[in-house]
Design a binder for this molecule. Structure first.
Ligand code: SAH
Length: 456
């Protein structure tokens, strides 16, 4: 049966918001037809203007609020409406946490067919601002001026920015300083269309426990005009800088980093500590962006692993070995595997740095290396996985089902692929005991989870 679209483009109507999508848009129903309205909150009555209609759903713009939700707050960031970085600054923090828990529950039921799995309240932050330890901003020349900031929603237009209030202040200082110096020293911004110019991205990293700053300048080629003046300027403006590096990315691509990284001044690494373990982090290696919450997340993963000291543990997708080294303190032996070679170099270095000698690290795809270990006779009592957004490779899930560890601890930055993979593991003989969401990314629609499964 053909569904009749009951609204027309440019029509203004008054609706009541019933729900929220996973990306924080309000949902209203008009004769059963769903309208998505960015920045509208459940319970609100609002005048909206239809901007786009499709067969099964449409989009509308919030024009005027008739009844406001008690969860609505004034977004503190002056560029919230232009910038695409945060999506839910207009919700108070309690409502954000509530929304994320509800979202995880829904996804568990819908995708994982796990309507009864316990989903704990989201572990939130006391102060959900100024938490990020890494800032990566594109640079461009717009309307006669060098700008650096975030992309506007669904576009390649840069919203110039002086500060970002979810970043640590040190990262703002890096961006402000490089912008000022690039203008003073006439260092050209990269031009995406013509693929010319020099400076593509400014990346700032901050070690919260060590108060160390790393500056990464991503450039199109090796050439960096006024290099010495630039280095001197950065050191003068940022007394806590320990490392200034240049990364060369000569590709026409959205990917930020290229393959080659050269140290311009200072150290190759930035150091940070989580719960007394020290980590050396190189420019391109993955490191969780919210240090306070990372500690809570890893503690949960460690609790769920229930280690007594006699277990062999595998940490798949181990990055620079953060979770592996957390686990190694309580396990007999830990095997970590990760695809990025530099990260494994960092992981080995980090094990030495902390005098941990019961951890072995290997470079490669988890879905290939773990079956190989299995074939060599390696068994595991506990397997921890922490994959990227696309979730675990099916070959890895199948290997885990063959290896039959007592427990599987699943750390995930995407509830949808987590739910999909939990279903596969459940069908293979595991039970999901609990899912705990941890708010690693306040003010945004992202949610991290840690789940534990046991063999039945
Ligand atoms: N557990 C780490 C890293 C998690 S991020 C931490 O908490 O810091 C996910 C990691 O998986 C990244 O370091 C990425 O490089 C790595 N990765 C992506 N695909 C992979 C694959 N197929 N096999 C192994 N590692 C992979």
């Amino acid at each position: 049966m053909k569904q009749i679209v009951p609204v027309q483009k440019n029509e203004t109507l008054t609706v009541t918001i019933e729900d929220l999508t996973h990306d924080g848009s309000g949902v209203a129903k008009v004769k059963g037809y769903a309208l998505f309205i960015p920045q509208a909150l459940p319970g609100e009555k609002a005048e909206v203007k239809v901007v786009k209609t499709k067969k099964g759903y449409g989009f509308a713009r919030l024009m005027n609020l008739v009844d406001e939700s008690p969860s609505r707050v004034e977004p503190p960031c002056p560029i919230f409406h232009q910038c695409g970085g945060c999506q839910i600054q207009h919700m108070d923090y309690g409502a954000q946490l509530h929304m994320k828990q509800k979202q995880v529950k829904e996804v568990m039921a819908r995708i994982g067919k796990l309507p009864d799995v316990p989903v704990h309240p989201v572990v939130g932050m006391n102060e959900p601002w100024r938490y990020r330890n890494k800032s990566q901003v594109p640079v461009a020349f717009q309307r006669g001026e060098l700008v650096a900031g975030f992309y506007a929603k669904r576009s390649h237009h840069i919203v110039d920015m002086d500060e970002c209030i979810i970043q640590h202040k040190e990262n703002d200082l890096v961006v402000q300083t490089i912008k000022r110096l690039a203008k003073e020293l006439r260092i050209p911004a990269y031009n995406e269309e013509k693929h010319n110019g020099v400076l593509r991205h400014i990346v700032a990293r901050y070690g919260k426990t060590t108060d160390q700053v790393m500056v990464v300048l991503v450039t199109r080629g090796k050439k960096l005009p006024q290099k010495d003046e630039l280095i001197a300027g950065i050191r003068e403006a940022i007394p806590t800088v320990v490392s200034i590096v240049q990364n060369i990315n000569n590709e026409r691509t959205n990917v930020i980093f290229g393959k080659q990284t050269d140290v311009l001044w200072g150290e190759t690494y930035l150091y940070d500590e989580i719960n007394g373990i020290r980590f050396a982090i190189s420019a391109r290696s993955f490191y969780q962006v919210n240090p306070d919450q990372t500690n809570r997340l890893y503690q949960k993963a460690l609790d769920y692993a229930e280690l007594t000291g006699s277990e062999t543990v595998i940490d798949a997708y181990c990055g620079i070995g953060t979770i592996s080294l957390f686990l190694a303190q309580k396990a007999k032996h830990v095997y970590g595997v990760e695809i990025v070679p530099e990260a494994i170099t960092d992981a080995k270095r980090n094990a030495k740095l902390n005098h941990i000698d019961n951890a072995t690290f290997a470079v490669g795809e988890a879905e290939k290396v773990i079956p190989w270990w299995h074939a060599q006779g390696v068994t595991a009592d506990v397997i921890v996985v922490d994959p990227p957004r696309k979730g675990c490779d099916e070959a890895l899930l199948n290997t885990m089902l063959k290896m039959k560890p007592e427990r599987i601890v699943y750390v995930s930055c995407n509830p949808a692929t987590l739910a999909r993979d939990l279903r596969i593991l459940e069908d293979g003989g595991y039970r999901t005991k609990v899912v705990t969401p941890v708010d690693m990314f306040p003010q945004t629609n992202h949610v991290e989870c840690v789940a534990v499964l046991t063999l039945i």
